[in-house]
Design a protein around this ligand. Structure first.
Ligand code: R5P
Length: 318
């Protein structure tokens, strides 16, 4: 017996296709609400159906324009709270601002924490998200948070090809744990690319590779591709070090600016991403494959609504 009454799913404007796919998995209709901007650039939200005592899920990935989509999310939470929703869970497949999660230079903000505070203060009761930039961001929230991972989905997709002689590569030192998790699933060794970011700009230099990739098929793993600088620099140095073929699996395809053309011109044989973010046609290219993750999000929503274990989806003890 669910703890709260009927399940209701609403979507902001960030990725309505994903919200519709989640609703198809759950066998419910997408909730009706107005979310638009007035000509003065201010956002207006009105929920167009009764949510009193309902179990409300608001789906809003933090895609471009990030600040507008964040504001929509906060206003939707406020609208649901003032409409007496029983419980409000925000479903944020991609959590933006997560890369700034510590003071690693003087006089900078910790935006990953600031956004968590916004969401809690607006009135959310729970958060459902996927592959945060760093696991400790979970602790920036004082409300329960479930973090799903697409790594097993990406690993299963790669496994289907039956590629042997595989090395999983982290494109920077910070990504070593993600590479290890993927390598464990694929029974492969790991390599680590040592990267340097020049200032706060998007320019990335790959300095060296820790581990041997000579003659191997290499799978680069990362949680996000933003400008594509990290992955293309890693692919280049891996090729120089003798990698036979280079693939890349990434959870969140931000693909900012000219990332797609940069990736299309890189030595990558294939790029596999998920649809946590919308990918317009002009950002797609032949060697890109998109894996849907709506069923994973839908299953997690079903479990949260029904009081079932979410960890059990990933083989954790119930
Ligand atoms: C950084 O720590 C992340 O894991 C990604 O490597 C980074 O966000 C990718 O950014 P870009 O594609 O702009 O190099």
């Amino acid at each position: 017996m669910p703890l709260f009454e009927d399940l209701k799913v609403f979507s902001g404007n960030a990725h309505r296709d994903l919200a519709s796919d989640i609703c198809s998995y759950l066998g419910v209709s997408l909730g009706s609400c107005d979310v638009f901007k007035f000509s003065n650039d201010q956002t207006f939200v009105r929920i167009l159906e009764n949510v009193r005592e309902k179990d409300v899920f608001i789906v809003q990935t933090l895609s471009e324009p990030v600040n507008d989509h964040l504001m929509e999310l906060l206003i939707m939470i406020d609208a649901a709270r003032r409409a007496s929703a029983g419980r409000i869970t925000v479903v944020i497949p991609y959590y933006a601002y997560g890369r700034t999660d510590k003071k690693d230079q003087p006089r900078v903000a910790i935006t990953a924490r600031l956004i968590a505070d916004f969401i809690s203060v607006a009135g959310a009761d729970r958060v459902l998200t996927m592959n945060l930039h760093a696991g400790q961001i979970q602790g920036f929230f004082n409300i329960p948070l479930d973090e799903l991972t697409a790594i097993p989905t990406l690993a299963a997709n790669f496994e289907e090809r039956g590629v042997g002689n595989l090395v999983v590569a982290a494109p920077d030192v910070g990504g070593a744990k993600k590479a290890r998790d993927m390598a464990n699933l694929l029974d492969a060794n790991i390599a680590i690319v040592e990267k340097q970011r020049i200032g706060n700009e998007d320019r990335v230099e790959a300095m060296s590779v820790i581990g041997s990739v000579e003659g191997k098929t290499v799978l680069i793993v990362d949680e996000e591709i933003d400008t594509g600088g990290t992955v293309t620099a890693a692919a280049q140095i891996l090729k120089e070090q003798g990698a036979a073929r280079i693939y890349c699996s990434v959870v969140h395809p931000l693909l900012s600016g000219s990332a797609s053309s940069r990736l299309a011109d890189s030595p990558l044989s294939e790029l596999v991403v998920t649809d946590t973010l919308p990918i317009p046609d002009e950002k797609r290219f032949d060697r890109m494959r998109v894996l849907p993750i709506s069923s994973m999000l839908g299953e997690a929503i079903h479990r949260i609504h029904s009081g079932l274990s979410v960890g059990a989806m990933f083989g954790h003890q119930q």
